[in-house]
Design a protein around this ligand. Sequence first.
Ligand SMILES: CC(C)(COP(=O)(O)OP(=O)(O)OC[C@H]1O[C@@H](n2cnc3c(N)ncnc32)[C@H](O)[C@@H]1OP(=O)(O)O)[C@@H](O)C(=O)NCCC(=O)NCCS
Length: 181
Amino acid sequence: MRIESKTVRLRLVEPDDASFILSLRLDPKYNRFLSEVTNDVDAQRRWIERYKQDERDRTQFYFIIERLDDGSRCGTVRLYDFRQDSFCWGSWILLEENKTKTAALESTLMVYDVGFDELGFAKSHFDVRKGNEKVVKYHERMGAVRVSEDDENFYFEITKDAVDQVRVDFEKVIHKEPRKG
Ligand SMILES: CC(C)(COP(=O)(O)OP(=O)(O)OC[C@H]1O[C@@H](n2cnc3c(N)ncnc32)[C@H](O)[C@@H]1OP(=O)(O)O)[C@@H](O)C(=O)NCCC(=O)NCCS
């Protein structure tokens, strides 16, 4: 599975991505609102090898976000916890110094393309840490609804219909030519 957008693509994670993923997840710039991982590249590699079975079973898809221009890696995103009509997504990280301007919007839309169109779900659920205000706002702006909370997280849902409503606007942002001069 490989999906392309204007400036980035999603391609499935491989065991050789272990050190890249670990470097992102150990970086305090990105991991404040993510679950902790141990600093052990072999353990990370084994985790990915085990994950590849889920991929074959089509119960989980973990992607590297790559730039189209030079093929370099600029982030990660993962679809998992598949329920009756809803999939969860997360492990979403974009490298500040290597992401493209529209990588956030593009990767989000590609996740919804996979979940809704490719896998046939009608909804998506995900949680965001309460302190991660920028990301909370990001999802609400896209039409996600806060359905519950606990001490640590807000729990969100978004429907395929809600995404379809904002899709055209997002595609305009993604395809807008950069201003000259
Ligand atoms: C979460 C993460 C991947 C989001 O990526 P990001 O690039 O920071 O996303 P942003 O919120 O800056 O959004 C990107 C752009 O899209 C724009 N945008 C967002 N929603 C939009 C919308 N509905 N319509 C138009 N533009 C929109 C933003 O304004 C921003 O534009 P700018 O660059 O001109 O300011 C990144 O911040 C990250 O790696 N964080 C650390 C890990 C983490 O917390 N992950 C989430 C766990 S739940």
